[in-house]
Design a protein around this ligand. Structure first.
Ligand code: GDP
Ligand code: ZN
Length: 467
C-alpha cells in the first residue's frame, strides 16, 4: 500500500543508467509553494518564472556547481500532479543525478521531503483529477508497451478515448435511471412508463454500445497481455527450429516480458502487433534420466499455464503412440494445434486442416510446415491470430486491462438482467432500476469514480519510480 499522505516527494524520473538528459522531479504536496520556493532557492539560487525554461546551475550547500541544466517550475494546479512541481533537467549520469537528488532531500529535509514511491506522481495526478483511473493505467501501459500497436493504443487511452466512451455510456445509463426512478415515485404510472419513455429502446442502445466497447477492449487487452504459446513434443521434432522460424519471420523481436528474461527459452515475438510469448520446452518422452525428468515436469506445468499449445510432430512418422499419450495428457480447455514439421522431407506440401472431434464439440487444427525451410509458417501465424480472436484490420482499439474487461462484463450482465425485468409482463421497475444502478457502478469503476484504496494501491505500486 502506498502512503495516502501528501508529503513533498522527489525522484529521478528518467531511466537508470547513462543518458543525454536526466530529470529530477519534485512534487511539493501539502507544503506547496513554500517548499517549491525553498528548493528553487537552494538548488538554483533563484525563484524561477513559472512555466519558463531557465538555464541555471544546480548547486550544493557550499555553493559548488553540481551540474547545469534546465529548471522548470509549475505552480499548482497546472502541473502533472496538480501540485507545485519543480523539475530539474540535468545531464543523465547516474552519479550526478544522485548528487542532485541528495541535494534536494537535504534542502527539503526541514519540510519532510522524501523519496517518491513507485507510481506516486501519477497517483497524485489521479487524486487531483488530472487523469482518471483508466488514463493513469494507460501511463504505465504506454511505458511498458512491448509492441508498436500496444504503444499506439495506450496513447489513445491516455488521450482519453476509452474514458470518453465509458462516460458517454454512463450518461446514457444515468438518463434512463432518472426516468425510472422518477416513475417509481408514481406507481400508478408504472405500466405506461416503459412505453412512453421508450425505455426498452434506450436499453437496447446501451447494450449495443456496451458490446462494441467490450469488443474493442478485448482486442486492446490482447495487445497488452499477448498470448503465451508453448512448443511441446518429442525430442528432435523441431521445436527450437520452429521458435527460430517464428522469430525470424518478424523483423522486430520485442523485449521480453518482465520475469521471463532469466528464462533463456522464452522469446517474445509479435504477429500483427500482438505479443506472443513463445516458450520452447524440453522434449517429452519416457526417461530414466533424473535431470531430464525435471525438465519434462516443468514442460507440463508450462503447458498448463499456456494460452495455446503447439504439439509438434515429425511429418514423416505422423502421430506415434508416444504422441497419443502426450495428446491425452493435454489439459482440456487449452487450444492445441498439431504441427507436422519437416514436410520438406515428405511428398506433401504445407497445408492447414481442421477436423471436428468429439461429436463436433472441439476442433483439431493440423498444420503441415517446415521450420527449417520456413514453409507454411504464415499458416501457423494466421492460426495463432485466429485462436487469439484477433480481428484483422482493427486499428483504433484502446489498451485495456483484465480489470476493465471484468467490469465491462459485469455491466453487460446487469444490463441484460435489466432487459429481462423490462420484458416481464409484471414489469418490476425497482429491480430494473437496481440493475441499472449496478451497471453504472461497474462502469464507474473503470474510470475510478468510487474506487477502493486497496485497488489504487495495487494499480499504482506496479508503476516505475519517478512516474
Ligand atoms: P527439438 O529437439 O524439437 O527442439 O528439435 P530441433 O529444432 O533441435 O531440431 C532437431 C533436428 O531437426 C535439427 O537437426 C534440425 O535441423 C532438424 N529440423 C528441424 N526442423 C526441420 C525441418 O523443417 N526440416 C528438416 N529437414 N529438418 C528440420
Ligand atoms: Zn530444442
Amino acid at each position: 500500500m502506498l502512503p495516502l499522505d501528501s508529503d513533498p516527494i522527489v525522484a529521478i524520473a528518467t531511466a537508470p543508467g547513462r543518458g543525454g538528459i536526466g530529470v529530477v522531479r519534485i512534487s511539493c504536496g501539502r507544503v506547496g509553494e513554500t517548499a517549491a520556493l525553498a528548493l528553487m532557492g537552494a538548488l538554483c539560487g533563484q525563484a524561477l518564472t513559472p512555466r519558463h525554461a531557465s538555464y541555471v546551475p544546480f548547486v550544493d550547500a557550499g555553493g559548488n556547481v553540481l551540474d547545469r541544466g534546465i529548471a522548470l517550475y509549475f505552480p499548482a494546479p497546472h502541473s502533472y500532479t496538480g501540485e507545485y512541481v519543480v523539475e530539474l533537467q540535468g545531464h543523465g549520469g547516474p552519479v550526478v543525478l544522485q548528487l542532485v537528488l541528495q541535494r534536494c532531500l537535504e534542502a527539503g529535509q526541514a519540510f519532510g521531503l522524501r523519496l517518491a514511491e513507485p507510481g506516486e506522481f501519477t497517483r497524485r495526478a489521479f487524486l487531483n483529477d488530472k487523469l482518471d483511473l483508466a488514463q493513469a493505467e494507460a501511463v504505465a501501459d504506454l511505458i511498458e508497451a512491448s509492441t508498436e500497436a500496444a504503444a499506439r493504443s495506450a496513447g489513445r487511452s491516455l488521450d482519453g478515448a476509452f474514458s470518453r466512451d465509458i462516460h458517454a455510456l454512463v450518461d446514457e445509463v444515468i438518463t434512463l435511471r432518472m426516468l425510472v426512478e422518477a416513475t417509481l415515485d408514481f406507481p400508478e404510472e408504472e405500466i405506461d412508463f416503459l412505453e412512453a419513455a421508450d425505455a426498452r429502446g434506450k436499453l437496447a442502445h446501451i447494450r449495443t454500445r456496451l458490446d462494441h466497447i467490450l469488443g474493442e477492449a478485448r482486442q486492446g487487452a490482447l495487445l497488452r497481455e499477448g498470448l503465451s504459446v508453448v512448443l511441446a513434443g518429442q525430442p528432435n521434432v523441431g521445436k527450437s527450429s520452429l521458435l527460430n522460424a517464428l522469430a525470424g519471420a518478424e523483423l522486430a523481436i520485442v523485449t521480453p516480458i518482465a520475469g521471463t528474461t532469466r528464462d533463456k527459452v522464452t522469446q517474445t515475438i509479435q504477429i500483427e502487433g500482438i505479443p506472443l510469448h513463445v516458450i520452447d520446452t524440453a522434449g517429452l518422452r519416457e526417461t530414466e534420466d533424473e535431470v531430464e525428468r525435471i525438465g519434462i515436469a516443468r514442460t507440463w506445468s508450462e503447458i498448463e499455464r499456456a494460452d495455446v499449445v503447439l504439439h509438434l510432430l515429425d511429418a514423416r512418422s505422423g502421430v506415434t503412440d508416444e504422441d497419443v499419450v502426450i495428446d491425452e495428457r493435454f489439459p482440456s480447455g487449452i487450444p492445441v494445434v498439431r504441427v507436422l514439421n519437416k514436410t520438406d522431407l515428405t511428398e506433401v506440401g504445407a497445408s492447414v486442416n481442421r477436423q471436428a472431434v468429439g461429436g463436433g464439440e472441439t476442433e483439431v487444427c493440423e498444420i503441415r510446415l517446415s521450420a527449417k525451410k520456413s514453409l507454411g509458417i504464415d499458416l501457423l501465424r494466421a492460426e495463432l491470430l485466429r485462436i487469439a480472436g484477433w480481428q484483422a484490420g482493427t486499428e483504433s482499439v484502446y489498451l485495456a486491462r483484465e480489470r476493465h474487461l471484468i467490469a465491462l462484463r459485469a455491466a453487460q450482465d446487469h444490463v441484460s438482467l435489466a432487459t429481462d425485468h423490462a420484458q416481464e409482463r409484471a414489469q418490476s421497475l425497482d429491480l430494473f432500476a437496481e440493475e441499472l444502478r449496478l451497471a453504472q457502478e461497474a462502469l464507474n469503476s473503470i474510470t475510478g469514480e468510487f474506487t477502493s484504496d486497496d485497488l489504487l494501491g495495487v494499480i499504482f505500486s506496479r508503476f516505475c519510480i519517478g512516474k
